[in-house]
Design a protein around this ligand. Structure first.
Ligand code: SIN
Length: 276
């Protein structure tokens, strides 16, 4: 297998059939994934069952509470947009599941049906965002925690729910979730490196601060994390797969293919509580 580091975040893993991994190849992939927080594969021919089997090698599968499931495989969440739909799923910078007490490790997204052009996914690095901060700001952030929530995205009162036309559900589960508090700077559970852990999708405020007080500093951190130098714009092709670590990256699904269909299969892997 060959590793091609990308200019922004992540690495492309070449010459590897992830449906047929040896123990040695898997160990090498674990190392690259921990280091990069994001790996891409091309020209794979994974069946839904092979997708599930690959995901299980990394941990327990999280059955998505809000996304429509695959008709035969409840482990697979459907990330789809039909030609007549306008909103997409994941169309803003975010990291999945920061609204959980134990945020998910990451997701494996398999391209199943792509628009003729566009529909890229952008990724950015929370290691690079942390590294870009000054020593003084790192020290200040090290003592802070932030409150995260799913209610304003998946809850019953939100516009996003209405616009996604049946692709999301179970809003009462989002309404009932406690809003967890996580350290703003985490020690990554796989790599041991420091990473920034706030995101525009699900972080509400710093713990003990009002939303108004939090907004200027949060927005500053978001701007740092969106630096073009850290961003990889991943162009999907048939057979492409992205596997990202939610604690080390954010992602953003571009919604620029109106009138076309895009269908992705996503499996999310359970994670753990995060510490500073
Ligand atoms: C997501 O999981 O946020 C969607 C990513 C994508 O569809 O590219």
């Amino acid at each position: 297998m060959k590793i091609k580091n990308l200019d922004g975040v992540g690495a492309e893993v070449l010459e590897l059939d992830i449906g047929n991994l040896s123990a040695r190849e898997f160990a090498e992939l674990e190392r690259v994934f921990a280091e990069e927080g994001l790996v891409f594969f091309r020209d794979q021919q994974l069946t839904p069952q092979q997708h599930i089997d690959f995901a299980r090698r990394w941990g327990e599968i999280n059955i998505n509470r809000f996304f429509k499931a695959h008709s035969e495989y409840p482990e697979i969440a459907m990330v789809a947009k039909e030609p007549e739909q306008t909103a997409n799923i994941g169309g803003g910078w975010h990291t999945d599941h920061s609204y959980d007490v134990e945020p998910a490790l990451g997701s494996i997204l398999v391209a199943r049906e792509l628009p003729p052009a566009n529909g890229d996914t952008w990724f950015t690095s929370m290691y690079a965002a942390y590294d870009a901060l000054s020593p003084g700001l790192k020290e200040t952030l090290a003592s802070l925690h932030a409150v995260h929530s799913a209610k304003h995205v998946f809850g019953s009162e939100v516009k996003y729910q209405r616009e996604t036309g049946g692709r999301l559900g179970n809003s009462e589960a989002a309404d009932g979730l406690p809003d967890p508090v996580h350290p703003v700077i985490i020690t990554h559970p796989l790599s041991g490196k420091k990473a920034l852990y706030v995101n525009p999708g699900f972080t509400l405020r710093f713990n003990g601060w009002s939303a108004e007080e939090s907004a200027p500093l949060l927005n500053y951190l978001f701007d740092v994390a969106m630096d073009a130098a850290f961003v990889t714009q991943f162009k999907w092709q048939p057979g492409s797969i992205a596997f990202w670590d939610n604690r080390a990256t954010w992602h953003f699904a571009q919604n620029d293919y109106h009138g076309c269909r895009r269908v992705m299969h996503r499996i999310t892997i359970e994670g753990c509580a995060l510490s500073a």
